[in-house]
Design a protein around this ligand. Structure first.
Ligand code: SER
Ligand code: ZN
Length: 511
């Protein structure tokens, strides 16, 4: 059983006289029962919170509270604040100026003993004694006590213990379907082929490419196919979402519980005033160099980052809105700009980049509407990959993107197979045989459930349950999937694909 012991100080607006002290103690011993029992189930009375110590000296009331899981000590401390305020105000015209948690000791049961030390913000010390963990917190303000921080700290602690036993267990992966085998026309690496033709240039920054006209034409062809073969027929309409995303949006989507290491952060200048920048400008004029340290001094704190996924700002656009029921399902897509992710290490051609182009369709509606949209999208996708690209591909059930991007592993309830992410993968012959090589994840399709509609308070006018879903169509990855199996010679490309390609641009001859 968990034991939570909190010593809390209530600072009074002025001293309570001796007679008052007696009276107050009396009130507490006679009337505090409700405060201590509220929320504790009848069969858990052994876990009733207790006031272990009560001290009133001068202008401070100090109380030590011990609790179990139910009616936790910090919650009791706040109930007690209201109770004390009422009596102190009514009878003695005294207010409570401040509530401080002096020490909070969390005594937690352990099923597994952590192998490595654990650290958690706000927690001064964690010690392990047999099958108990003792977390000590000090000097906690009222906000800390009110806002469930302690409960989240306890959950975080258990998550961290659990994580030590995953043993690097990766994300979930389970095949769903596979197209028929297609003999590839090449087994060469598409990026190397494109580089050899001079159609691509790497850089200027990590994970970026310059796409010369032929590759640009290919990416645009992919876009055209997605819009004309998938999005238009299914009734999706285009929106243009901002590409700089403030933290407030990611606070709601959960990206800030795991995507931080991959975000490109954005900081505006501290001032638009040229005089603030004069030194930096002069230094450049003299040295022809960017003085990065001097620039950093003139930057504000980051206000957010570059687009990581395109759907969060689309949810934001509907935040707090009640939408007429006749509108569902809402179907929209954004293709207005690149997304950015700071990928670890190795450059891997245009299929693994820090700056990439995606089209993201988003849909919001009732659960059954979403299931239908997903089925229809899967049909259209299959048509494109089988009949236009004529490639070999498969689908797999994976850890949902919204779990992965908020630092979780696993999948939703395995039996249901409704909420979650389907990955689409293509065989890349240059990596090896279809049986043994690693296939390329080139797009995904997800039903998110009510996670984001709830987080952004998006409602239906009839107050029906609203779900959402989205799909990430990677244009570079579509291109690589296609070229890896069909090669870079337009002569050999399938007829249906060439219809969309139009006139293929000539490339510039370099000497
Ligand atoms: N939001 C989804 C993802 O990031 C689809 O783009 O994978
Ligand atoms: Zn999305």
């Amino acid at each position: 059983m968990m034991k939570l012991r909190l010593t809390v100080d209530y600072l009074l607006s002025r001293q309570l006289e001796e007679e008052g002290v007696h009276k107050l103690k009396d009130y507490i011993s006679r009337e505090s029962k409700e405060i201590l029992t509220k929320g504790v189930p009848k069969d858990k009375l052994s876990e009733l919170p207790k006031i272990i110590e009560l001290n009133i000296s001068k202008d401070v009331i100090t109380v030590e509270i011990e609790s179990g899981t139910f009616a936790r000590s910090h919650a009791v401390a706040l109930r007690l604040k209201n109770f004390l305020s009422m009596h102190l105000g009514k009878e003695f015209k005294i207010g409570i100026k401040k509530v401080t948690g002096i020490t909070y000791t969390l005594n937690l049961d352990l099923e597994k003993i952590p192998k490595d030390p654990i650290t958690i913000p706000f927690v001064d010390k964690i010690s392990i004694q047999d099958n108990k963990a003792i977390l000590t917190l000090k000097d906690l303000d009222e906000e800390f006590l009110t806002k469930n921080y302690v409960d989240r700290i306890i959950n975080l602690f258990y998550d961290k213990v659990e994580a030590q036993f995953w043993g690097g267990k990766g994300e979930h992966w389970e095949i769903i379907s596979k197209s028929k085998d297609i003999e590839p026309l090449t087994n060469k690496d598409p990026t190397l082929e494109l580089l050899a033709k001079g159609w691509l240039k790497q850089g200027p920054s990590q994970g970026q490419w310059f796409y010369h006209a032929p590759v640009a034409a290919l990416l645009r062809t992919m876009e055209k196919i997605a819009v004309q073969e998938i999005l238009n027929p299914l009734g999706f309409t285009e929106v243009i979402a901002p590409k700089m995303v403030p933290f407030e949006i990611w606070e709601k989507t959960g990206h800030l519980s795991g995507s931080e290491p991959e975000i490109y952060y954005v900081s505006p200048p501290i001032s638009r005033d040229a005089s603030v920048w004069e030194e930096v400008i002069d230094l450049y004029k003299i040295t022809k160099k960017a003085y990065v340290d001097k620039i950093r001094e003139r930057m504000r704190n980051p206000i957010g980052g570059m687009t990581y996924a395109q759907c969060p700002p689309m949810y934001w656009a509907f935040e707090g809105k009640t939408i007429d029921d006749s509108e569902f399902p809402l179907k929209m897509y954004d293709k207005s700009g690149p997304s950015y992710r700071w990928e670890a290490g190795g450059r891997q051609g245009i299929e693994r980049v820090n700056e990439f182009w995606r089209i993201e369709p988003l849909f919001i509606g009732y659960p059954d509407q979403l299931i239908e949209i997903k089925e229809k999208m899967m049909e259209r996708y299959a048509y494109v990959f089988d009949k236009i690209f004529e490639i070999e591909w498969r689908t797999a059930w994976v850890t949902p993107f919204y779990m992965a991007q908020s630092g979780q592993i696993g999948i939703e309830k395995e039996t249901e197979r409704i909420k979650g992410t389907v990955d689409y993968e293509s065989w890349i012959p240059s990596r090896g045989s279809r049986e043994e090589s690693e296939w390329l994840e080139f797009q995904n399709l997800s039903i998110v459930g009510d996670k984001y509609t709830k987080a952004f308070s998006i409602k239906s006018s009839k107050n029906k349950e609203l779900w959402s879903g989205c799909s990430g169509i990677g244009l570079q990855r579509w291109t690589v999937s296609f070229l890896a199996q069909k090669g870079v010679d337009p002569e050999n490309w399938p007829k249906e694909f060439k219809k969309y390609l139009g006139e293929f641009p000539k490339h510039i001859k370099f000497v």
